[in-house]
Design a protein around this ligand. Structure first.
Ligand code: FES
Ligand code: FES
Length: 165
């Protein structure tokens, strides 16, 4: 077997494609689906630039084969925006100035989303722990952590408004 047909849901859209068995999920996302927001850095599972959410959990897509994603749900940075509106994390990264060269930003946003999905009241220590697999060579991390805290507060307020009797 050198090829396999897979069906994956990416950013809410179902894709059925035939892939070579050695194709990585990162190559599939960038080169077959043209979702180039997911970055290729080290290609060795070290930098976090290729982070996606795989069934809601952060994953280095360079370390998984595309065929292993068959039947699974993927979120890439392109799927964070909803109806033309940026995700609160994206807004906060801009507002706080947490983006410099931007190479780490897509992966960082997805790790941050996974963190806040699991820990809406995440402490600074928890945030730092959850993004430790994402390397940023520019910002020194402080603004990134601050942006995640700003987004967390906004998301908590939004939840209160939605749940108001
Ligand atoms: S490109 Fe995947 S971890 Fe660096
Ligand atoms: S903003 Fe440049 S690597 Fe993080």
């Amino acid at each position: 077997m050198i090829e396999k047909t897979i069906t994956v849901t990416v950013n809410g859209e179902v894709h059925t494609r035939t892939v070579k068995v050695h194709r990585t999920l990162l190559e599939f996302i960038r080169e077959d689906l043209y979702l180039t927001g997911t970055k290729e850095g080290c290609n060795e599972g070290e930098c976090g630039g290729c982070t996606i959410l795989f069934d809601g959990k952060p994953l280095n897509s360079c370390m998984m084969l595309a065929m292993e994603a068959d039947g699974h749900d993927i979120l890439t940075v392109e799927g964070l925006e909803k109806d033309g509106k940026l995700h609160p994390l994206q807004e906060a990264f801009i507002e706080v100035g947490a983006v410099q060269c931007g190479f780490c930003t897509p992966g960082m946003l997805l790790s941050a989303k996974a963190c806040l999905d699991e820990f809406p009241d995440a402490s600074e220590d928890r945030i730092r722990k959850e993004i430790e697999g994402n390397i940023c060579r520019c910002t020194g991390y402080n603004r990134i952590v601050q942006a995640i805290q700003v987004a967390a507060e906004k998301m908590r307020q939004d939840t209160l408004i939605v749940n108001k009797p």
